[in-house]
Ligand binder design. Sequence first.
Ligand code: HEM
Length: 235
Amino acid sequence: MAETPSLIPTLAQRLKAETKALHTAAERSRFMGVLLRGQMGRAPYCAMLRNLHSIYAALESALARRARHPVIAPVFLPGLVRTDALVDDLLAVHGADWAIAFELLPTSLRYVAHLQAIEAAQPERLLAHAYVRYLGDLSGGQMLRRIVAASMGLPRAQGAGCGTAFYDFGDAASTRALTLTFRAGLDDVVVDDEGADAIVAEARLAFEWHLRLFDELARASGLADTLPTLPALPT
Ligand code: HEM
């Protein structure tokens, strides 16, 4: 007899559905809008990379330390790691002094502190941040690569030194394989309802951190002097 499909949403389905509105808000944020329209200069773009570098360095070192945690192990894929690619792009698009040329914004410092706090107290919540970053990079990030290359006058080629290593997960087949493996990993995570609720809430929080970061980046780059200020998040 054919199996009846379950009506209970999986963790992956819940993450997608329950962060949809926040994803739309991130896509429509002023900073992402300027980037998507191909109107961003190198300085604000590098400011974003520099701030993302601090967040990825914190997230990826925490994930590596917790790689054997039962909730993290299914989604711990070394092929996803972005920290070195961000350094590569900062060197290619800006130059060797990137770490002092672009300041770390308050939201990045608080976001890093938040990642360190959850690694210590609730490491399973790191999964939510891996979901928000990596599935974003593997999905929308792929369309951003061409826009970034064209608007910054970077080579169309991919690879180290080209300035778009951040979006490079290999060819289309490798990128798709990583996406499918990450999604399969999400399906393999075993959590009870309460655990799933906490991970979904953390993913919503991860989007909220990004909305604040984009807001600060827009202000710091003079792209958004008319935006209303978002309320601060607890660390
Ligand atoms: C430049 C703006 C962006 C565009 C154009 C964009 C576009 C997309 C697209 C086309 C998808 C695939 C949707 C699907 O398969 O149904 C996607 C998925 C996703 N994006 Fe974005 N995105 C953007 C920004 C972001 C940002 C800033 C984040 C995170 C901070 C993010 C996180 C995600 C995640 C987590 C997914 C996977 C959703 C899922 O299938 O579970 N995106 N995005």
